[in-house]
Design a protein around this ligand. Structure first.
Ligand SMILES: Nc1ncnc2c1ncn2[C@@H]1O[C@H](COP(=O)(O)OP(=O)(O)OP(=O)(O)O)[C@@H](O)[C@H]1O
Length: 298
């Protein structure tokens, strides 16, 4: 039987361990941490949670290990109302990220992709064929060929790509051909175009105008909000962010993508969906943690 959803997220899930230290250790040095926390993460999981918290019926398609980290991730996604029936359980470790952060905010991050690297084309094809949804949202923390398969199996769906972490434009070219809406931040846009990181709206427009790509683009601009381009050769519509009391911007991009995808699934035009995404992503910077909480409904 075909299932119905607003948004399907195909992507990564990691269990993140953060260790707080007085300073980042030198190679070979042992330091004692002053505290630690374990939090659900991974761009795919974060974006799925954000879309669900915004009000969406969301399916997450990813790969987790049959270990305690995988169980924690499944519990977390379920508790946020995300449907995880399309998640593949594998004999591999669940993806993890270990973050060492010092008092000045300097950090070291080591990611072990684990099961994320094994998310297969076959699994994604099989699950996608069973779910009807107007929007599919992907990032680049799972194999590129799997992302391409998700983009290909898309009759009548809007395919939204957050190209993070960015790879070379050449490697991404075949996926870009299948993408309807590309959502890079400023440094990802710079990497895509081989230029300096654009800082002004004019520089962002120059970069977007130089893209070899046919769809729409929404560039996130941190505290400046976002710039919407209906076509790469057009002008920007700037959506400014509200001034908020920012304490932690990590995961703001994920909140943005999840909320944008949900808005599009409800028939909002790109600028309207971006306004909501900017507002909720700004709000997410006012508390700690990468995953948007369900106390932020649209
Ligand atoms: N300091 C801030 N004040 C208000 N809004 C912010 C701020 N930083 C980020 N945002 C909101 O979050 C969105 C995404 O931010 P950004 O462009 O920094 O993405 P990102 O680099 O992918 O983020 P991250 O990697 O930290 O998750 C912005 O479009 C904006 O709406």
């Amino acid at each position: 039987m075909t299932k119905q959803a607003d948004v399907i997220v195909v992507g990564s899930a990691n269990l993140d361990t953060t260790l707080r230290v007085c300073r980042v250790p030198a190679p070979g040095e042992t330091l004692l941490a002053s505290g630690s926390s374990v939090t659900p993460g991974g761009k795919g999981a974060n974006q799925a949670v954000a879309a669900a918290a915004a009000g969406g019926k969301v399916h997450f398609i990813g790969a987790l290990g049959r270990d305690s980290a995988g169980e924690t991730m499944r519990e977390s996604l379920r508790s946020h109302g995300v449907d995880i029936s399309g998640t593949h359980l594998l004999q591999a470790p669940t993806g993890t990220a270990t973050v060492i952060v010092d008092d000045s905010g300097e950090n070291l991050i080591v990611v072990n992709p684990g099961a994320n690297a094994l998310l297969s084309i076959e699994h994604v094809d099989e699950v996608l064929a069973e779910i009807e949804a107007p929007v599919v949202l992907c990032q680049l923390e799972v194999p590129l060929e799997t992302v391409r398969a998700a983009a290909e199996q898309n009759p009548g769906r809007t395919f939204v790509l957050n190209p993070a972490p960015m790879m070379s434009a050449d490697r991404l070219a075949s996926v870009l051909l299948l993408t309807d809406i590309l959502v890079p931040n400023q440094s990802e846009l710079a990497q895509l175009t081989g230029r300096e990181v654009p800082t002004t709206l004019d520089e962002v427009t120059d970069c977007v105008n130089g893209l070899e790509y046919r769809g729409a683009v929404v560039v996130t601009l941190g505290a400046l909000g976002a710039a919407v381009f209906q076509t790469v050769d057009g002008a920007a519509t700037h959506v400014p962010a509200p001034i908020v009391n920012t304490v932690d911007t990590s995961g703001a991009g994920d909140v943005f993508c999840g909320v944008l995808a949900y808005g599009l699934s409800q028939g909002s035009d790109l600028v309207t969906a971006t306004r909501r995404a900017v507002a909720l992503a700004a709000e997410s910077t006012t508390f700690h943690g990468a995953q948007m909480s369900s106390r932020n409904p649209v």
